[in-house]
Ligand binder design. Structure first.
Ligand code: GLV
Length: 328
C-alpha cells in the first residue's frame, strides 16, 4: 500500500523528517523557503496531511483547493493560523502542540519581564555603544520584581506557570483575569487572586499577557487599557501579535505613560511597528518564547506523532476539532 503524502511546510529537525519518512511520502522544505499562499496551495495539492507552523495560514481558500487534505498538525500551541471552522466544515482535522512548551514558555515570560523591569537590554546597548563612562545613582534604575504585584491576563497553562514563578520564586502578589475563573485548588497552587481586567490593569506593577488570539481578543490592550495602567508599570506580551495595539503601545512608551514593555510577538510579524523600534524602553525579541532546543524538538515530535497516530488509527494525541474524527 502506498504511503500517505505529507507536506512539511517549514524546515524542522532532520530527525523529525527522518521519522516522518518512515510513515509517509514526505515533501519537506529544509531550505526553509517562505512560500506565498499560491505556492503553499500548489505544494499542498495532492497531499493527505500537512505539518505546519504558526505562520502557515490554512483557510477556506486553501482547503477548497486541496480536497485530498485530511489533517494539519501545527508545531505550536497557538492555532490562530487555522480557520478552525473552515477546517471542520471541510472535514480536515487540526492538531496543535500543547503542554510540551508550557514551562519553557513560562521561563521566557519571566525572563522578558525581568529584562524589561530591570532594563537589561537597554543598558547593554548603552555599554556596547561605549557610552558607560561613570557610575551614577540612577543609571538604568528600573522597578523591582520581588514583592511587587504581578497581573496575569490569560490564566491557561502558561499563565499559571508564570504566576507560580512569581508567587513562589519572587514573593510577588499575583492577580489574574481570565475568561473563566480557576477552581479554588488551582488558585491556591498559583497563589493567585481573581480580579476584573480593569482592576488588574489599574493595580498590577507588571502585566503579562498570555491569552490566545482570536477576533475577540484583538487589541485587548489598546490606548484605553494602557491609560488605566500605572505610569511605573511594565507590560509583557508573549501571547500573540494583535492582542496589543502596537501603535498605541509605542505612543504610551514614547510618552512614558507606562514605564516599559517586553514584546516577543507583534502585529504583522516578522515586521515590527517602526514606532516600537524608535523607543528605548521596550525589549524586543523575535517570537522565541518556546525556543529552547529540547522544547522545540518536543513540539516538532508531537506534531509528527499527531500525523502518525492519525493515519495509523485515527487517534491523534492533541486534536482541536474532534468533531471531524467522529465522521472519519
Ligand atoms: C508559539 O507561539 C506557539 O503558539 O506555540
Amino acid at each position: 500500500m502506498s504511503k500517505p503524502k505529507i507536506l512539511v511546510a517549514r524546515a524542522v529537525f532532520p530527525e523529525v523528517i527522518a521519522r516522518l519518512e518512515q510513515h509517509f511520502e514526505v515533501e519537506a522544505n529544509q531550505a526553509d523557503d517562505s512560500w506565498p499562499k499560491a505556492e503553499l496551495i500548489a505544494r499542498l495539492q495532492g497531499k493527505d496531511g500537512a505539518f505546519t507552523t504558526g505562520g502557515d495560514r490554512i483557510d477556506a481558500e486553501v482547503l477548497a483547493a486541496c480536497p485530498q487534505l485530511k489533517i494539519c498538525a501545527n508545531m505550536a500551541v497557538g492555532y490562530n493560523n487555522f480557520d478552525l471552522d473552515a477546517m471542520t466544515a471541510a472535514g480536515v482535522l487540526a492538531t496543535n502542540a500543547p503542554d510540551v512548551l508550557t514551562e519553557t514558555t513560562a521561563d521566557f515570560g519571566f525572563a522578558l519581564l525581568m529584562a524589561t523591569a530591570r532594563r537589561i537590554t537597554e543598558s547593554e546597548h548603552y555599554l556596547r555603544a561605549g557610552r558607560w563612562t561613570k557610575w551614577s545613582y540612577d543609571m538604568f534604575a528600573g522597578s523591582d520584581i520581588h514583592g511587587s504585584t504581578l497581573g496575569v491576563l490569560g490564566m491557561g497553562r502558561i499563565g499559571q506557570g508564570i504566576a507560580k514563578r512569581g508567587a513562589h520564586g519572587f514573593g510577588m502578589k499575583v492577580i489574574y483575569h481570565n475568561r473563566s475563573r480557576l477552581d479554588a485548588a488551582l488558585e491556591a497552587e498559583c497563589k493567585a487572586s481573581y480580579v476584573s481586567k480593569e482592576e488588574l490593569l489599574k493595580t498590577a506593577d507588571h502585566v503579562v499577557l498570555v491569552l490566545p488570539y482570536s477576533p475577540a481578543s484583538h487589541h485587548t490592550i489598546g490606548a484605553a487599557e494602557l491609560a488605566l495602567m500605572k505610569p511605573s508599570a511594565t507590560l509583557v506580551n508573549i501571547a500573540r501579535g494583535g492582542i496589543v495595539d502596537d501603535a498605541a503601545l509605542a505612543a504610551a512608551l514614547r510618552d512614558k505613560r507606562i514605564a516599559a514593555a517586553g514584546l516577543d510577538v507583534f502585529e504583522g510579524e516578522p515586521m515590527v511597528h517602526p514606532d516600537l523600534l524608535a523607543v528605548s524602553n521596550v525589549v524586543l525579541t523575535p517570537h522565541i518564547a518556546s525556543a529552547s532546543l529540547p522544547t522545540r524538538l518536543a513540539m516538532a515530535s508531537l506534531a509528527a506523532a499527531n500525523l502518525i497516530a492519525f493515519f495509523n488509527d485515527k487517534r491523534p494525541l492533541t486534536p482541536l476539532n474532534t468533531a471531524v474524527l467522529a465522521i472519519k
